[in-house]
Design a binder for this molecule. Structure first.
Ligand SMILES: [Fe+2]
Length: 202
């Protein structure tokens, strides 16, 4: 069974004004679709065919560039769409809010650390909030389409929130102002989904 481009749970223009419709249309319909089809081409006829994306990435040979880039791109964007919502923003609550306070001191300190990781990731990449077994949290970033479930990428745990800082994610609306895009992202974070992922992976 080949991987399929996941459907968005909202319209392309639903995240405006924070993320514009044209960016969403191209990002999902072209970029994510491209990673998905190239991933399928890269695993076709190999022993990776039929495995889950998590299984593929957790056991990845980092020298396999086609699977690293396109498998990472498939997984990362799937998470990205899920952790955003037109009804998003605000603050997390419950167990996740407590875990954030425990790890970073406060929500504001977490926001500062996550935003800084996203702003200072040189070139293309992602910033992450990851949960480790036991429930502790970590903020980190990875270049290109790497992600924390890949082995030895300098960042570990299961990502429960991620922000895409490739220029394709923000350039049409924000040009070179990546920090403005990061600030706007906080208005669309789907904390209910992040909490659900926290509970499922802690
Ligand atoms: Fe992207």
């Amino acid at each position: 069974m080949a991987f399929e481009l996941p459907k968005l749970n909202y319209a392309h223009d639903a995240l405006e004004p924070h993320i514009d419709a044209k960016t969403m249309e191209i990002h999902h319909g072209k970029h994510h679709a491209g990673y998905t089809s190239k991933l399928n081409a890269a695993i076709e006829g190999t022993d990776l065919e039929g495995k889950s994306i998590e299984e593929i990435l957790q056991n990845l040979d980092l020298s396999n560039g086609a699977v690293r880039n396109n498998g990472g791109g498939f997984y990362n964007h799937r998470l990205f769409w899920e952790v955003m919502s037109p009804d998003g923003g605000g603050n997390p609550s419950g167990d996740l809010a407590k875990a954030i306070d425990d790890a970073f001191g406060s929500f504001d300190k977490f926001k500062e650390k996550f935003s800084n990781a996203a702003a200072t990731q040189f070139g293309s990449g992602w910033a992450w909030l990851c949960v480790h077994q036991g429930g502790s949290l970590e903020v980190c970033s990875t270049p290109n389409q790497d992600n924390p479930i890949m082995p030895n990428v300098g960042c570990a745990g299961t990502p429960i929130l991620g922000i895409d800082v490739w220029e394709h994610a923000y350039y049409l609306n924000y040009q070179n102002k990546r920090p403005d895009y990061i600030e706007a992202f906080f208005n669309v974070i789907n904390w209910d989904k992040v909490s659900e992922l926290y509970k499922a992976n802690k």
